[in-house]
Design a protein around this ligand. Structure first.
Ligand code: B12
Ligand code: SF4
Ligand code: SF4
Length: 345
């Protein structure tokens, strides 16, 4: 019965817009508790203090919900139709990572997961489900790899031969006991393209990331003034970073994004730093309404824009930096002074 239900589930989830659906059990990732503990013990999570909480659940999905028998892992593609590295070579523009150039995936994926979950309950009414995307104490990458969606590449994200690197993950834990899939086979081989592409040297070893050096962490998660040593390495990244993902040769086989709401808004492809730096609170909220960028608020965003201005070498941006040296937000004012000193030195 579950084998038939599984093939109908896959069909339904693909029909709903997911690109791939694979299944594992909650006990298929025994290695993650130790690896998570090591990551946290080394302080690699930086200010993401929530990672230290509920470590027993995060490191062991069987403890999170003991009644769950299967974990349905789903891939949601957001493959860009442009080269994300193009803007990285334009110093007077800001680079916003591909996933944030339009609508927030959390809302879209969660709704889709719930629709699949509801369908499953309709098929087998005693079923219970819990859906997760991103924010819960669930390590989605190792679960996705165990289920066979792909493998954890040396950049630590999941890669697949048929999807490349551009896909989000969603999980449905369920009490249904489904037949499971084979874990994803690692196809990185001798390749080190992602490790070599990282501007900040954030990989202490292949398959391991020190978030404290990662531009994605520094621009999205990190609160306060960024270390002086790291600021020049951030380049013109103002929200997230895709350099390691973009370098992956498996992207040649990337599946097209199925969801139009991830297609880049034209004005977010290569926005002018000069226009972004002068956004006030209300303008910032309006410009990024519905986008994940809104989450970091005006202060952190303008801080990032000012680091990019400092890295631009563009004297035409001097006045923009000058205009912010007395900003009410001390982190913005500090970033403006830094940008000014870089541009004039
Ligand atoms: C915290 C977090 C971050 C942090 C830390 C990332 C990290 N690698 O730890 C920061 C802010 C830096 C970040 C950045 C990004 N993130 Co993020 N992030 C998360 C989150 C919430 C938790 C990840 C986590 O648990 N990290 C903790 C550490 C311990 O986990 P880990 O990297 O998996 O560590 C493993 C390896 O070290 C591995 N390992 C160690 N030794 C060895 C040896 C071998 C041989 C192997 C195979 C493995 C291995 O074992 C550890 C445990 O699995 C997940 C969502 C979720 N709930 O899972 C999204 C998630 C991982 N992020 C995602 C994305 C898209 C990104 C960005 C691309 C966004 C962007 N453009 O800026 C970047 C990519 C940066 C990168 N190279 O990782 C997607 C990835 C989708 C995918 N295809 O894999 C996720 C799954 C969100 C989602 N629901 O789609 N992220
Ligand atoms: S997202 Fe950027 S900074 Fe972070 S590991 Fe990848 S290339 Fe390095
Ligand atoms: S760039 Fe190379 S090493 Fe990195 S994930 Fe892709 S195949 Fe693996």
């Amino acid at each position: 019965m579950s084998a038939d239900l599984k093939s109908r589930l896959i069909e339904f989830s693909l029909g709903e817009g997911f690109s791939k659906c694979r299944i594992c059990t909650p006990s298929d990732v025994p290695q993650i508790a130790d690896r998570l503990a090591e990551y946290v013990a080394k302080g690699r999570h930086g200010q993401m203090g929530w990672m230290e909480q509920r470590m027993n659940w995060r490191g062991d999905p069987t403890a999170l919900w003991p009644e769950a028998k299967s974990v349905i892992m789903l891939a949601e593609t957001y493959t860009p139709d442009h080269d994300p590295m193009q803007v990285v070579g334009m110093p007077d523009r800001g680079a916003i990572s591909v996933y944030a150039q339009n609508r927030d995936y959390h809302d879209i994926v969660k709704k889709r997961l719930k629709r699949v979950g509801r369908w499953l309950i309709e098929q087998s009414p005693d079923t219970q489900i819990k859906v997760f995307v991103d924010t819960a104490p669930v390590m989605e990458k190792p679960l996705g790899a165990a289920a066979g969606l792909g493998w954890q590449g040396k950049h630590t994200n999941l890669v697949a031969r048929d999807l490349g690197s551009w896909f989000f993950l969603g999980a449905i834990f369920t009490t249904v006991e489904f037949p499971t899939d084979e874990a994803g086979r690692n196809n990185c081989g001798e390749c080190t393209a992602c490790l070599d592409a990282c501007p900040t040297g954030a990989f202490p070893a292949p398959y391991q990331l020190d978030a404290r050096r990662c531009i994605s962490y520094l621009t999205i998660e990190y609160d306060g003034p960024v270390d002086l040593e790291l600021r020049p390495l951030i380049g013109n990244h103002i929200y997230g970073c895709d350099d390691c993902l973009s370098a992956c040769p498996w992207n040649k086989f990337a599946a097209e994004a199925k969801e139009i709401r991830y297609a880049a808004r034209t004005e977010l492809l290569a926005p002018k730093l000069a226009d972004l730096a002068i956004l006030d609170d209300a303008q910032f909220r309006e410009m990024f309404s519905g986008s994940p960028v809104k989450r970091i608020k005006r202060g952190r965003f303008v801080r990032n824009v000012l680091y990019a201005i400092g890295n631009s070498g563009d004297q035409g941006l001097l006045d923009t930096a000058k205009g912010l040296v007395e900003d009410a937000d001390p982190v913005v004012a500090d970033a403006a002074c830094w940008a000014l000193s870089r541009l004039t030195s």
